[in-house]
Design a protein around this ligand. Structure first.
Ligand SMILES: [Zn+2]
Ligand SMILES: [Zn+2]
Length: 246
């Protein structure tokens, strides 16, 4: 958990440097020309930043480890722990592929559920306070949302694999999931991002649209379920229009 938090903080520092530096190279890949939240209203941004840091610390340092430990104890899932069982790169890759498909399914439906008016105003509206999303926004979620569409979909794959899964694969997966969340909220569609290598990859433009327009695009890593359920048609029309206008 600590390692995952460190990797998330490091990636946010990387984006902080890019946001502040406004480097020509990176600006070319910005998904929206809308000013950053601190450029629109500095005081308002300071308030949301404080709330974000408190909530992220609580979710990542208290709630996450507690739920992870409790659910491992209660479910009786025995992950591989020994050095002898250390997985090969190929096994890690195959397990990652499985986790991605399972996570995307869980995230899509839990996220869509969080957009039900009853759930939205109680638990998900907070995450959408970032109309222009930044890397840090990925972890800014109500504890109920953190459990429903963070912990549960992320841990479902490893739980289903049970004793086939090594604890190191689980750690790497949690780190990757956190990094992808920062990448998807960063506001930059960097072509060399390793997450773009995934087939049906979603990305920063895709999820940025979800924040700016709040219509569809419920998927996390992939666009698969959005395409199957036609919940990304608004985004696709928007992209088509952007393409024509340019
Ligand atoms: Zn949402
Ligand atoms: Zn988001």
């Amino acid at each position: 958990m600590l390692l995952s938090l460190i990797s998330m903080v490091s990636m946010n520092i990387f984006y902080y440097i890019i946001y502040k530096g406004k480097y020509k190279y990176f600006e070319y890949y910005r998904v929206s020309q809308t000013p950053w939240p601190w450029e629109i209203d500095k005081n308002e941004f300071t308030k949301i930043l404080k709330k974000t840091l408190i909530l992220v610390s609580f979710n990542q340092l208290v709630l996450g480890p507690f739920i992870a430990y409790a659910s491992l104890m209660l479910s009786g899932v025995n992950l591989k722990l020994s050095y002898e069982d250390f997985p090969s790169s190929w096994t890690i890759l195959v397990h990652f592929g499985f986790f991605i498909v399972v996570e995307d399914f869980g995230f899509y439906w839990s996220h869509r559920f969080l957009h039900h008016p009853f759930m939205y105003k109680r638990f998900h509206k907070q995450h959408h306070e970032y109309v222009v999303s930044i890397g840090l926004a990925g972890a800014y979620s109500h504890p109920v949302e953190f459990i429903l569409s963070g912990l549960m979909p992320t841990s479902l794959g490893p739980v289903l694999l049970g004793k086939q899964c090594h604890i190191i694969t689980l750690y790497l997966w949690v780190i990757m999931r956190n990094l992808e969340s920062v990448d998807g909220h960063s506001g930059y569609e960097l072509p060399w991002s390793p997450f773009r290598l995934l087939p049906f990859s979603a990305g920063a433009e895709y999820h940025g649209y979800h924040h700016s327009h709040n219509i569809g695009n419920y998927g996390s890593l992939l666009t698969l379920w959005d395409s199957l359920c036609s919940t990304n048609t608004s985004f696709l029309s928007y992209i088509k229009k952007q393409f024509k206008d340019n």
